[in-house]
Write a protein that binds this ligand. Structure first.
Ligand SMILES: [Zn+2]
Length: 182
């Protein structure tokens, strides 16, 4: 769709843009509240508004307009590069809105807060405010236990008295062996 002010803007640019005016008239015309035509950029910004309430997707080659629209979250911007239609990357404002919505989803709802208060008796209203997690850098307490080579336990030498050893394991006599073969 296109606004009346934008078509008038194209007409004001001269005869060279007659083709653009004819092409623009093919689009559905969006009514705007301006009795006398204003600049096309200003008209579009006014219709989009601060929140893009009607979820418009903007296709414009005007760099100034595109820069200004980056500050408004959730506006897909389309630009033409030679013969290719390009979708601009996600703006910082859009990303911030996504992050905020995600953090709110993680928090308990008003109903859940009431139930928690009834059960625990604690006032958990402070949880309603989204709190950004603080990233603290962990300090190394010591070397990585997985990379440290384990100490081998020292072999324990048990001193056995010579008498006991002989008593426990009596030595075989060769004479017995020789007798069994004979
Ligand atoms: Zn207008």
């Amino acid at each position: 769709m296109i606004t009346t002010c934008t078509i008038q803007d194209l007409r004001n640019m001269g005869e060279d843009y007659t083709g653009s005016v004819v092409a623009a008239k093919r689009f559905i015309r969006r009514r705007c509240p301006h009795q006398t035509a204003i600049k096309g950029i200003d008209c579009m910004k006014e219709i989009i508004g601060p929140t893009n309430e009607f979820r418009y997707c903007v296709a414009s080659q005007n760099q100034d307009l595109n820069k200004q629209l980056l500050d408004i979250p959730a506006i897909p911007l389309l630009t033409l590069s030679r013969d290719t239609l390009l979708l601009s990357p996600l703006s910082a404002a859009s990303q911030a809105k996504i992050n905020k919505a995600a953090s709110i989803k993680l928090l308990p709802s008003a109903d859940e807060l009431k139930r928690l208060k009834a059960v625990t008796g604690l006032d958990l209203e402070a949880l309603k405010e989204p709190q950004l997690p603080l990233h603290k850098r962990k300090k190394a307490k010591g070397p990585n236990p997985l990379s440290v080579k384990k100490k081998k336990p020292e072999p324990k030498l048990q001193k056995i008295p010579s008498r006991q050893k002989t008593e426990q394991f009596p030595a075989r006599s060769r004479s017995k062996c020789t007798k069994s073969y004979s």
